[in-house]
Ligand binder design. Structure first.
Ligand SMILES: [Zn+2]
Ligand SMILES: [Zn+2]
Length: 350
């Protein structure tokens, strides 16, 4: 049996072609894919900056779908169930796994990043990684659970206290970070970005202050002005450039915490004064993905309307247009979340 898939053949080449439908073992389920959210990581795989040694591969790791087949050992799941799946797989027995830090596992594997994912008609996943979608979550929002889980993981690592000031650098997933900070009782919440449309969406979602770097040259002073001259209690870096990381350490107050979320190239370096870390008692909270219970928490927040996710949805395209959409996302900063679907015949704008 064959299916349509977008195969990332080698850097710069995606081909839409017929490939075998994945065969499942007793511990897996086969999912008929509805939507896959297109992510910056997909761009990095496309350009060869990430996972180049894993190609050819079907990418796609933010997905929703319907169970088409269940393995013998899959408990509580049946054909027709609406689902998504935690993409993070680990050995379960190493030093890190035994301490509940499976993201650090030496054999850490992510579906759609290291092994075949969901830019296809079908994807398989271990049954115990599968999460049922509540009835009121549409499939696009189901495909948005993964990025929300990542932001929740970061939010937990940072552990914002009620009444604290939070500055978020970046207005992509930065918008979600801002919403999470508000949900934790932070005040004020400040978002810093370069795109009017995205910043306005953040404002609509309740962020207190937006700082557009095209209009405000000195963002450090701008954040200090809002926080009684001290700097923010927490700063979240959600861009992934050395410059914005350096800004994060400058705009966090003494005793405050910087959350490292944006991904820089592996060899990028930043300049920080150790003096400021010691005398200023500044902290760093790193986090790289949403895992385990973060997925349940993401589902709970989305199902109960705590995150107006649909405001961030821009467009959905047929799977055949994936390569076009990847490029479009790079060139049009007004696009936020774009989905690809093997079932769509034409583009759909939200
Ligand atoms: Zn992603
Ligand atoms: Zn392990």
């Amino acid at each position: 049996m064959k299916m349509k898939a977008a195969v990332f053949e080698k850097p710069g080449v995606i081909s839409i072609k017929e490939v075998p439908i994945p065969e499942i073992n007793d511990d897996e389920v086969l999912i008929r894919v509805k939507y896959t959210g297109i992510c910056g990581t997909d761009w990095s795989i496309y350009t060869g900056a990430y996972s180049a040694d894993k190609l050819p591969m079907i990418a796609g790791h933010e997905f929703s779908g319907v169970i088409a087949k269940v393995g013998k050992n899959a408990e509580g799941l049946k054909e027709g169930d609406r689902v998504t799946a935690d993409i993070n797989m680990s050995c379960g027995v190493c030093f890190y796994c035994r301490r509940g830090q499976k993201l650090m596992c030496r054999s850490f594997t992510q579906l759609g990043i290291h092994i075949d994912g969901s830019y296809a008609e079908y994807v398989k996943a271990p049954w115990d990684q599968v999460h049922l979608l509540p009835d009121n979550l549409d499939f696009e929002t189901g495909a948005f659970i993964e990025p929300v889980s990542c932001v929740i993981h970061s939010s937990k690592a940072m552990n914002v206290k009620i009444g604290s000031s939070v500055a978020v650098i970046g207005c992509g997933l930065g918008i979600l970070h801002s919403v999470l900070a508000m949900l934790r009782g932070a005040a004020p919440v400040i978002i810093i970005g370069d795109n009017e449309k995205r910043l306005n969406i953040a404002k609509e979602m309740g962020v207190d202050y937006i700082i557009n770097i095209n209009e405000t040259k000195d963002v450090i002073s701008a954040v200090k002005d809002i926080t009684c001259g001290r700097g923010a209690d927490y700063v979240i870096e959600a861009v992934g450039t050395p410059k914005t990381y350096e800004q994060a350490f400058e705009m966090v107050r003494p005793g405050g915490t910087v959350a490292a979320f944006g991904i820089c190239p592996p060899d990028a370096e930043i300049r920080i004064k150790p003096y400021d870390l010691v005398l200023g008692e500044k902290n760093v909270a790193g986090s790289c993905a949403g895992v385990g219970v973060d997925w349940l928490d993401a589902i709970a927040l989305l199902a109960h309307g705590r995150i107006a996710a649909r405001k961030m949805f821009s467009m959905a395209v047929p799977l055949e247009d994936l390569e076009w959409a990847l490029k479009e996302l790079k060139s049009d900063p007004n696009l936020i979340k774009v989905f690809a679907s093997p079932e769509l015949k034409e583009r759909k704008v939200y």
